[in-house]
Design a binder for this molecule. Structure first.
Ligand code: SF4
Length: 330
């Protein structure tokens, strides 16, 4: 069975961009592959943060993931810091990763350019990502387009380590990306990718009224100033894309025709979208409310996921140490 690994930052409650761009796909994959899904809290500490806030965001993320349909019977859901072998393998991989490979990572250059003082953790972030994946010998990684370069680095790391310590029979697989079907959800501003830091999101667990209050003013095709102006759905980056994600193929066809033919106003179109979003997201919100009322259950599920993940991780580290001569007493 193929092994899948993917991680998500502990950013608190999911928004619909994360849900459509990553988590919905994880739910589909969990029964078909041996799946490890990790809340990557070590990746979240390269910037300033408050410890209590990180703790809360980690649990809230777990609640969103479980409510979205991740099932502990079909996958291993865990928190990265519960498995110390992630950082152990990262140190080992630091010793086979050329500095130049890290310095040319686009995300590093983008983020470093915005910070006064750049911490080494920001540069080494992709090495920890390689360790996250390879610790589970995962051969498939569901990713968004912006993560493809990091995954390429994981392959370089696997190749370099295999060449030095396992040349005859490569131990680490070179993980391949599996691009998520919904690649990029544009935010309500119609401009940038949906992101909490830009304030252009709809939260996954928001009530129908809260969702409508955000959807109603969302930017649409600028050519549609009046209801009688014909539109081009492709120019409506947010609402049309959300229809493709939440509405049936028939409805998407209807939206396309009614937009081009100026038969619907944008509010009519958004009302249909809102109804379809509410239909899909209400059961998720109901499950989340039950989990929020029982945080001990969530903590127990994460602890059990951590135990399962650690058993696999320890096996990998044992083999790695053996091949590298790090098992000092044989
Ligand atoms: Fe967008 Fe719908 Fe308005 Fe067309 S009718 S511009 S798809 S909101």
């Amino acid at each position: 069975m193929t092994r899948v690994f993917s991680g998500i930052q502990p950013s608190g409650e999911l928004h619909i961009g994360n849900y459509l761009g990553a988590v919905k796909n994880w739910v589909a994959l969990q029964g078909q592959h041996e799946s490890f899904f990790c809340i990557v809290n070590y990746h979240a500490i390269t910037v300033a943060y408050l410890p209590d806030d990180l703790r809360r965001r980690t649990r809230d993320m777990a609640i969103s993931l479980l409510a979205s349909g991740l099932d502990e019977a079909k996958c291993t859901l865990f928190v990265q810091s519960d498995v110390p072998e992630h950082t152990e393998l990262q140190w080992i991989f630091n010793t086979v990763t050329p500095l130049g490979e890290l310095e040319r990572q686009v995300q590093f250059k983008d983020k470093a350019g915005k910070q006064e003082q750049v911490m080494a953790g920001l540069l080494n972030y992709p090495v920890l990502q390689a360790a996250d994946i390879l610790l589970y010998l995962a051969d498939t990684v569901p990713v968004g387009e912006d993560q493809v370069q990091h995954l390429e680095l994981s392959r370089v790391v696997a190749r370099n380590w295999n060449a030095r310590f396992s040349p005859d029979a490569p131990y680490f697989p070179e993980p391949q990306p599996k691009l998520t079907p919904t690649r990029r959800i544009v935010g309500l501003d119609g401009q940038a990718k949906m992101s909490k830091s830009l304030g252009n999101t709809i939260g996954l667990l928001e009530t129908p009224d809260e969702m409508w209050n955000k959807l109603r003013p969302a930017i649409t095709d600028p050519a549609r100033q009046r209801k009688t102006d014909p539109g081009t759905p492709e120019n409506c980056k947010t609402v049309f894309e959300l229809h493709k994600a939440f509405s049936s193929a028939e409805t998407v066809k209807e939206v396309d025709e009614n937009c081009r033919g100026a038969k619907w106003g944008c509010i009519d179109c958004k009302k249909v979208l809102h109804a379809n979003m509410v239909a899909e997201l209400t059961p998720i919100r109901t499950r989340a409310e039950a989990l929020q009322a029982n945080p001990k259950q969530v903590d127990a599920l994460l602890a059990e996921g951590g135990r399962k993940a650690r058993a696999v991780a320890q096996e990998t580290i044992r083999t790695v140490k053996d091949k590298m001569g790090l098992d000092a007493r044989g």
